[in-house]
Every structure is written in structure tokens, then in C-alpha cells.
Design a binder for this molecule. Sequence first.
Ligand code: KE4
Length: 420
Amino acid sequence: MNHSKSEELFRRAQEIIPGGVNSPVRAFRSVGGSPLFIARGDGAHIFDVDGNEYIDYVGSWGPLLLGHRHPEILAALAGALQIGTSFGAPTEQEVALAEAICDAVPSIEMVRLVNSGTEATMSAIRLARGFTGRDLIVKFEGCYHGHVDSLLVKAGSGVATLGIADTQGVPKAFCDTTLALPFNSVDAVGQAFRAHGNSIAAVIVEPVVGNMGCVPPLPGYLEALREITARFGALLIFDEVMTGFRVGFGGAQQRFGIRPDLTTLGKVIGGGLPVGAYGGRKDIMSKVAPSGPIYQAGTLSGNPLAVAAGLAMLRHLKAHPEVYASLEAHAASLCASVPAGITANRVGSMFTFFFTGRPVTDYESAKRSDTARFGRFFRAMLDRGIYLAPSQFEAAFVSAAHSDEDIRRTIAAAREAFTA
Ligand code: KE4
């Protein structure tokens, strides 16, 4: 495949953008080669600036559950453009999106729209600290909650991909208020609460981890987090930026039957435009300014264009619940095809092929994966027209636009690429 235009653009980009990308995971650093510059997307396919076509399993890192340029989302955006792009004042559509979120996720009694998942998690932990009057936050190694200072401790996603040992620029004092524990260990959580329980404001968790690669919760784990946080008066925050509306219409909390105190959302609820949200119990959310003393704000929060796309996405998913069964079936077919020596973890339509023959249940076991072999697999798939996340520590996503033929082609390509 010819990538000369991407390579030229990457050279230009590196002169004026750090690493040539606007988000580190896009840089192909852990898989080798230059990132592809994308010219356009259509359904489940993307096309790079050299005219090469790929079946896309990144989907903008999760938001594009319906694929690229879904007609209902494009129509909603066209309609929004007729009224303006931003007002910095309330609009009816923001109320409609908030109502749609609360309708879909029963634990969310009240919600605030923001512009990214990072803003959502940053705001949720500030709210938890303000509501409880406590400082400590518990997170889990390999989980990523956006580039929030105090959550960039033993984080996943790009931090794991690039092997950045706890990013520079975060004061030690911030890290001291964060306890990072191994995911899926009830004992570790019990020990932390026995030692610090009355100082812990909240536990924030990806209920299905996507950012060390896809790692499901072990049976009973989420229930244990719910029980121990309630017992010690700490809040349970489900970071569903990735899993929200992805692993089911009600997210992971519906799939696993857990009612968190706060939930953060992003990605799918923006339909490909910048939207994040945090919400939960009304007694907690009512502490957020201007109704309460905990401040959070945003110039473009509830932006009419982003809200229009998000609302079209959620309305489509509510009207077509059968989408989830189709997503699940396609993802299951892809994961059924892995050879011995490779561990496929999947929940719903998010999955990861770990290049290790052993189970992957936490960050330590994920890190045992052969990342060099993943890099060869990634490039072999790319050469065969399959676009995966350029990191062993990320999830792949099936969209409703992926056809049976796309899945068949992907399985055939993987059969060859697994031995690259
Ligand atoms: P954003 O600020 O990137 O919208 O959301 C941060 C975030 C929060 N919580 C979870 C569970 C997330 O997965 C994310 C962002 N996910 C990564 C992909 N693993 C975004 C890709 C990127 O950083 O470019």
C-alpha cells in the first residue's frame, strides 16, 4: 500500500504539532510506522489521503456506534446549522438530550453536559470530594479517565501505550490523594478501605475496562465495589465514557445490574461531536453550581451542533434496540476466530486480542502481552485493509455499519495476520 501522502503530512505535522498528532495514541508509536491521515469515512469504512480503504474498528475511539456519516446524524447536524452554531445560553435541545440520558440510565437523575470525557471525570471527582468533604480518590491501574491531573496515576490508554511512568507535570500532592489499586481485586479494595475508608471520597472505575485493552469485571467484583463504598460513605463513580450506550442502551451499569452514585459519559452521546456528561443522584448533582457550591463551567457545553448529533444518536438507539444484538453477534464472530496463544476479551461490541496465551484480568496480566507481536499483527491487518487501534492497550469497536462481508473479510485477514 502507498502511504506517501500520509508520510509527507506527518512530516509537516511534526514540525508544528507535538508528535504530529492532537492525541498521543494516534501516533502509531507502539506499532511502528507513520499514522495514516484520513481523507473521509463512510459507514464502517475509512479512506486515507493516499486513497487506501480500510474497515474501521477504531470508530473515532468509540463514538461512532452507527458508523461514519450516518444519515440521521448528518440530517440533525444540517438542521442545527440552520439556527446557528453556539449561543452560550440554554436551548431546548440541551434539555431534550439531558432527558434522553436520564431516561436511558436510571441512576442518572440529573446530568450536566460538558465537552469531553476528561471534563466529565474531572468534574465528577471534584463533585465527589465536595459532596463528601473527603480528599482521597481510588482508581485502578490500567484504567484511564482522561488527562485529569489526579487520575493520571498508573493510567491506561496512551499513558500505558507510550510507557509513560506517571506523567510529569502533576504535583506529587495530587498523586498523594489518589490510590491506584489492581483492577478485579476485591482484597485490594478491602485493604484500602480498612486503612483509609473514612478519607475516601470516591472510587472511580471503568466498569468494563477499555483502556488496558478490554478487561471485563470478574463475577461479583462490581457488586463488591458497590457494597464497600456504600458501607464507608464513599461514592461509586462509573466512568462509562467508553461503555455508555456501547455495551447496552443503559451502559455497563444496566448490563451488570449496579446502581452507581455518579456516572460519566462521552463518546457515543456526542455521535462523533464533542460531548461529555456527568450525572447521578439528584442530592449530589444539586451541589453543582449554580444550584450548589461546587463549580464547573464550559463555554461550549451543550453546544447545539454536538447536542443535535448526540440526540440523533440516542433517539436512533432507543428506536432500534435490535442494533445491540447485531453488534454483539458480529463482535462474537470476530473473537471466536482467535488461535491458541491469543486471548480475546470482549463485552458487547468492544474487544481486544491480547498477544498472550494467559487470561487477562488486570493491568499486570495485560502487560504480559507481547506488544512487538501485536505491532506486527496491527501492521499486517493494515496491509490487508483492516484498521485497528494502534495499541495493545486499547479496545476495538464494531459499529452497526459493519456488514457480514466486513466481518468475513476481517476474520480472513486476521487468520493470516496472527502469524505475522
Ligand atoms: P476524552 O477526554 O478523550 O473525551 O475522554 C477521556 C476518557 C475518559 N474515560 C474513559 C473510560 C475513556 O476511554 C476516555 C478516552 N478514551 C481514549 C481511548 N482509550 C480516547 C482516545 C485518545 O485519548 O485519543
